[in-house]
Design a protein around this ligand. Structure first.
Ligand SMILES: C[S@@+](CC[C@H](N)C(=O)[O-])C[C@H]1O[C@@H](n2cnc3c(N)ncnc32)[C@H](O)[C@@H]1O
Length: 185
């Protein structure tokens, strides 16, 4: 499915995901490095770049959404944002560099989930967090068909097998839930 800015930035979605508040809830603060995988139009990347003056990676595969983010980045003068095209599990990000890696409405669509989670572990600092936002596993109009959806248990199972442990869990609203993990010490 090809996503557009209009689909990603509906009023209802923004009201449920409340990006700035959600970033603060997971502990994201100034000075931290953020990596948004499947950033879309940047609903989390732009607020992250307003919170932190350090690097914000917005990784996306859709050229139209990359173009949208590039233009918005220039307009807002957010030079510390790095908007990059990715289309595989290889992230163009250094080892041990990120404080928060986030995937919102992305994990359920990734084919090689374990490979991507291992790659996320490579780019996270030892105290870093992996934040997953997914759709509730029920038949709803907004979001993917039921068979693609992942329950919190399914997400935890995959991520904990890659040596992460759950830190925070929150229902964001009618459509989405959030799980925040840290690397097992
Ligand atoms: C449902 S949209 C969510 C966008 C954004 N995270 C948000 O919540 O508004 C999923 C996005 O992930 C992107 N995507 C899917 N697989 C990807 C991959 N392997 N690497 C980078 N982006 C990917 C899609 O192009 C799409 O923009």
């Amino acid at each position: 499915m090809k996503f557009t800015v209009d689909m990603l930035e509906t009023e209802a979605r923004m009201a449920e995901l409340i990006p700035t508040e959600t970033l603060k809830y997971v502990g994201f603060e100034d000075g931290m490095i953020f990596c948004d995988i499947g950033a879309g139009s940047g609903i989390f990347s732009f607020p992250a770049a307003e919170i932190s003056s350090n690097t914000v990676y917005a990784l996306e595969l859709n050229d139209d959404l990359i173009g949208f983010m590039d233009k918005k980045k220039s307009e807002l003068g957010l030079d510390h944002m790095q908007i990059k095209k990715v289309n595989s599990e290889n992230l163009p990000v250094n080892d041990d560099s990120c404080d928060v890696v986030m995937m919102t409405a992305v994990l359920h669509g990734i084919k090689r989930k374990v490979d991507l989670i291992k790659e996320i572990k490579r780019v996270l600092r030892s105290q870093g967090k992996l934040v997953i936002v997914e759709f509730h596993k029920k038949d709803q109009v907004a979001g993917p068909p039921l068979e693609y959806r992942m329950s919190p248990l399914e997400v935890k199972d995959i991520i904990e097998k890659c040596d992460f442990e759950l830190e925070k869990e929150r229902v964001l609203g009618e459509n989405n839930y959030l799980l925040s993990f840290k690397v097992k010490s």
